[in-house]
Design a protein. Structure first.
Length: 91
């Protein structure tokens, strides 16, 4: 098998295993928004579960900044888009 064929096969398999974005219902979105608002107001630490096409990932820490115009928050030293948040827990 040629390297090009092997690489193409590996890429095809990787693409097959990518996740589709989940749709959260209005109640779930409201719960997440409430927890984020409380964490921002009181300076609480949060643990966010974020959508990623290769598998969900987790970020935790205090919310240090929020940018409503761009729809993102800064948690644990990195910017996170609000539409990528699947779950939010206060820790």
């Amino acid at each position: 098998m040629l390297f090009e064929h092997r690489d193409a096969l590996i890429e095809r398999q990787r693409l097959r295993h990518k996740q589709g974005r989940r749709t959260l219902d209005e109640q779930r979105l409201a719960e997440i928004a409430d927890r984020l608002g409380e964490a921002i107001a009181e300076g609480l630490r949060v643990r966010l579960t974020l959508f990623h096409e290769d598998g969900d990932r987790t970020v935790s820490g205090p919310i240090t900044r929020h940018d409503a115009a761009r729809g993102r928050i800064r948690v644990g030293g990195e910017w996170t888009d609000l539409h990528d948040i699947i779950d939010c827990e206060q820790v």
